[in-house]
Design a protein around this ligand. Structure first.
Ligand code: AMP
Ligand code: MN
Ligand code: MN
Ligand code: MN
Length: 288
């Protein structure tokens, strides 16, 4: 299948930590020239039916999507799932379990920030939450920008909410094995999201890719809004080394905050198998 296709297989709606609805995203993706789209909310597929219907209505090919939070070697790794059956009971239950504990974590984050004098962040973050099951660090970041603590969300994640910084609370997410199995057993393809963002040693990264493959994972994001051109080249080589298909996605969250627009990404480097070539049967085409 066409490696130069304008596929954008990673973005977020109000169902997780994006600011646009699934319908607004579909229209925006279409207007930006996206040809194949997936909505990949964090730990939640409640927006999938709306996204698929909106994609069909504006003439856009669609793959179901999700981005699952995983704990691996004391870091959080994100695994994108594409092309699964969104009614799969095991996947739905696994995601519900993964979302659990976010509210308690958020209260602890708020208490930690209060200790350094930044008060009321739990209530503040809640104003930005579109899905009560999915309060995330992004919602805290928006509140810290609103109240002038930081100038933008990038500054928030440099100074707060990340490991070693105020407001960071370690959390136990899904296991790598479970996340890959939930996606794969629901008929989808599991993909390692934005690999350059993790702070693994070379050996730890090798362990991530080896175990991911061992559990049945088939893809890696090579071109993403989180990668520089050099990082994309580097993970193109990793994809080839591990025999993984390559994915492409902006990780778009918001017109105000995101540096990468929907669909506005370089093409996949040549010589790679695009992940959509593994999913031709799973693509939902609009009726003609
Ligand atoms: P959570 O799932 O609550 O841990 O929130 C993670 C989200 O925070 C990510 O999906 C991003 O949308 C956002 N984020 C932005 N910058 C960073 C960063 N430097 N580190 C972690 N998360 C970030
Ligand atoms: Mn996010
Ligand atoms: Mn991510
Ligand atoms: Mn994402």
């Amino acid at each position: 299948m066409n490696a130069a296709l304008n596929a954008d297989l990673h973005c977020h709606s109000v169902v997780s930590d994006g600011t646009l609805t699934p319908e607004e995203l579909a229209l925006r993706a279409k207007a930006q020239g996206v040809q194949l789209w997936a909505l990949t909310d964090h730990d939640e597929i409640g927006g999938q039916a709306r996204a698929a219907a909106a994609a069909a209505a504006c003439g856009l090919d669609y793959l179901t999507g999700v981005e699952i939070s995983v704990s691996f070697l004391h870091q959080t790794v994100h695994i994108v799932g594409l092309g699964f059956d969104a009614t799969d009971a095991q996947l739905i239950q696994g995601l519900k379990q993964t979302r659990g504990g976010r509210a308690e974590r958020a209260k602890e984050m708020s208490a930690d920030l209060a200790r350094i004098g930044i008060k009321g962040t739990f209530e503040g973050a809640l104003k930005y939450v579109g899905n009560p099951d999915l309060i995330s660090r992004t919602h805290f970041a928006r509140y810290l920008v609103e109240t002038g603590v930081c100038k933008d969300t990038y500054e928030v994640f440099r100074k707060y909410l990340t490991e070693g910084k105020p407001g960071y609370v370690e959390h136990r997410w899904a296991s790598l094995k479970d996340a890959v199995h939930w996606i794969t057993e629901a008929g989808g393809v599991a993909v390692i999201a934005h690999p350059a963002r993790y702070k693994f040693s070379a050996n730890e990264e090798l362990a991530l890719f080896t175990e991911f493959k061992g559990h049945g994972g088939l893809g890696v994001e090579v071109v993403t809004g989180s990668h520089s051109a050099a990082e994309s080249q580097s993970y193109a080589a990793t994809a080839q080394e591990f025999g993984l298909a390559a994915s492409r996605g902006s990780d778009f969250h918001s017109p105000e905050e995101s540096r990468t627009e929907l669909g506005a990404l370089p093409a996949l480097p040549t010589g790679l198998t695009p992940v959509w070539a593994l999913l031709t049967e799973r693509i939902q085409h609009p009726a003609v």
